[in-house]
Design a protein around this ligand. Structure first.
Ligand SMILES: *Cc1c(COP(=O)(O)O)cnc(C)c1O
Length: 369
């Protein structure tokens, strides 16, 4: 069975062994005589599955007991509403608009209160993480309910190198596309969340990690917050206010276990760094390909680049496809090319892409230009 080199931005590559294990258990999970797909979420067997997923994630990220872990539905997108509804107690939050998903989050928050853009890189086509001096000064002033960032900008291929220093203002971060790509210092955050389909599992699960004191009093906007989005309720109910995405959480748990078995997040970060280094080196040495993100802001998860024009970009996508390389067309909003090199994308796949780029360039005679 041929598996392609999958550089999709999400839903994205999953570890082959995880898919295999799920396949093996698909008809009969651990001698229960039924599939996880067919099992009550209130059953003993399922309780063990969700508890193991949470426990493994807590070990991987060293999540303090003062933080709650939620497995919710609605994608990262629903949390664009869930966050202001739960946290905007004084009706004021600051947003760093570093890409499309950050902009969407800001637009959603404006429906519930005063959501201020404190920094933006929109003027330069979201090619960088904006300067954070003004953001940090504002956070230090202490009048914001939270400061919001999108830590890795999936579409534009940029990533925060360091987190803003927010003093006592809770930092809220969308980490969808960099979640579990390396260790995180959980205590730097008030809340972080990730749609699983980038790096942690299948679509349909959103992991929310939130400091308990921020949700202990219930939602800031209890008057209008849907019960489903009430993080206190979800925490009290163990993410089972209603039927959760049972199979999705099961697969996430398997991915968490796989990360643990492959030596954890420090080792994962080293492998990811090596993959990104190879691709950026290939781009920087090329006479045809060029990176689209500012060098200082380059993402280690989504590598954005392009050739000289859209037609050549398209020719490269076809050239790559003939060599079993998929998912490298850029997002429609950014154009160009993008290789998402999440955890399950092997160094072999990245080497294949780099070789394909060099070969394509030679075939175009660009090196002699
Ligand atoms: C993909 C993505 C989203 C949207 O996720 P959904 O699960 O489709 O709602 C939000 N933020 C970031 C950073 C993403 O990469």
């Amino acid at each position: 069975m041929a598996r392609v080199h999958n550089f999709s931005a999400g839903p994205a590559a999953l570890p082959r062994c995880v898919l295999r294990e799920a396949q093996d258990a698909l008809l009969d999970y651990a001698g229960t005589g039924m599939s996880v797909l067919e099992m009550s979420h209130r059953s003993e067997a399922y309780r063990a599955i969700i508890e193991d997923a949470e426990a493994t994630l807590r070990r991987l990220l060293d999540i303090p007991s003062s933080y709650r872990v939620l497995f919710l539905q609605g994608g990262a997108t629903l949390q664009f509403s869930g966050i202001p509804l739960n946290l905007m107690r004084r009706g004021r939050a600051g947003y760093v608009v570093s890409g499309n998903f950050a902009r969407l989050a800001w637009q959603e928050a404006r429906r519930y209160g005063n959501a201020e853009v404190l920094a933006s890189s929109e003027a330069t086509g979201f090619d960088r993480i904006p300067g954070l001096d003004a953001v940090e000064r504002r956070a230090a002033a202490g009048d914001l309910d939270y400061l919001y960032i999108c830590q890795n900008n999936t579409i534009f291929g940029t990533q925060f190198r360091t987190l803003p220093d927010c003093a006592d203002t809770p930092l809220v971060a969308d980490v969808s596309s960099c979640f579990l790509s390396g260790p995180l210092d959980i205590e730097r955050y008030g809340l972080l969340f990730a749609g699983a389909q980038k790096n942690a599992g299948p679509a349909g699960v959103t992991v929310v990690i939130v400091r308990e004191d921020l949700i202990a009093d219930g939602p800031a906007r209890a008057d209008i917050c849907p019960t489903y989005l009430d993080m206190r309720v979800q925490a009290e109910k163990g993410s089972m206010y209603n039927t959760p995405n049972t199979f999705g959480i099961y697969l996430c748990g398997k991915v968490f276990r796989w990360i643990e078995q492959t030596d954890g997040l420090i080792a994962m970060a080293q492998r990811n760094r090596a993959k990104a280094d190879l691709l950026y080196r290939t781009i920087d040495e090329s006479g045809l390909f060029q990176g689209t993100a500012d060098v200082e802001s380059r993402s280690l998860c989504n590598v954005t680049f392009r050739t000289c024009d859209a037609e050549t970009d398209e020719a490269f996508v076809s050239h790559a496809r003939e060599r079993g390389i998929e998912g490298i067309k850029g997002h429609r909003m950014a154009g160009g090319l993008r290789a998402s090199i999440y955890n399950a994308v092997s160094m072999d796949s990245v080497s294949a892409l780099a070789a394909c780029m060099r070969e394509f360039e030679l075939s175009r005679g660009a090196r002699s230009m």
